[in-house]
Ligand binder design. Structure first.
Ligand SMILES: [Zn+2]
Length: 243
């Protein structure tokens, strides 16, 4: 019997479709949905998409939350969080060990109530690195569209650009806003919002990973023209075409 829908990303009907696809990378805990075999082909799943999952799992703000919240990977282990100036390892239940790799005293400062610890990111936030992070977010977004709104919507033409971007077949510009939330929600969740802008449907995602809130658009990918960061937004990271 012919498949009704092709691979969600490469649009191939003929490749093999044996594996299930985790919307949230398994390394980040499996709290979001799983797409059954048949939606994403094995080549995309085990190739490009696995690489993007890896990038998101090791993105510093996420990696930090992963260890602070004791999130286990597929082997049931809490992976150490390695940063430029320090490594954080789980050494027992509710017990973290911090190994300082730098003697710079300013990274660790005792205060009246405890201490301040400054974590220096392991990755330079370059244009090409952030493009990979964004592609990983778009991948998750399209899979959320599929699982929440159904195949008909997920295969709509308006997402064809995202498919190519996720697979690395199309250069792009885009942005992600880091949003301050009044209360820290200690779980992983992705919320989908659809708006009509200029007569066209556009989708936005609010991905929250244990208090790290990232807002990004699937079609409206660029940040607003003005330099002013809207209130409630901590930072906007934009990427541009080219290297
Ligand atoms: Zn595919």
């Amino acid at each position: 019997m012919k498949k009704k829908y092709p691979c969600l990303f490469c649009l191939s009907f003929s490749r093999s479709f044996k594996s299930e696809e985790h919307v949230l990378p398994r390394g980040l805990g499996n709290t979001l949905k799983v797409l059954p075999p048949g939606v994403v082909c094995d080549k995309c799943n085990n190739g490009v998409l696995a690489g993007l999952d890896e990038v998101l799992t090791n993105f510093d703000p996420i990696k930090f939350q992963r260890i602070m919240n004791g999130i286990t990977n597929r082997e049931g282990k809490v992976q150490p969080s390695k940063h430029n100036n320090l490594d954080i390892t789980q050494i027992g239940p509710n017990h973290l060990g911090v190994v300082m790799k730098s003697k710079k005293a300013s990274y660790f400062q005792p205060t009246e109530t405890g201490f301040n610890l400054t974590v220096v990111g392991g990755h330079k936030i370059t244009n090409s690195y952030m493009k990979k992070v964004l592609r990983a977010l778009y991948k998750m977004g399209l899979e959320m569209v599929y699982s929440d709104l159904g195949a008909r919507t997920a295969y709509a033409k308006r997402f064809d650009g995202i498919r190519k971007i996720v697979l690395g077949q199309q250069d792009f510009s885009g942005s992600v806003a880091f949003v301050k939330h009044p209360e820290i929600i200690r779980k992983a969740e992705a919320k989908h919002h659809t708006y009509i802008m200029g007569g066209k449907k556009v989708s936005f995602f609010n991905f929250n990973y244990y208090g790290v809130q990232m807002l990004y658009g699937m079609e409206k990918r660029n940040a607003r023209e003005s330099d002013k960061i809207p209130s409630g937004v901590l930072d906007i990271i934009s990427v541009h075409k080219g290297k």
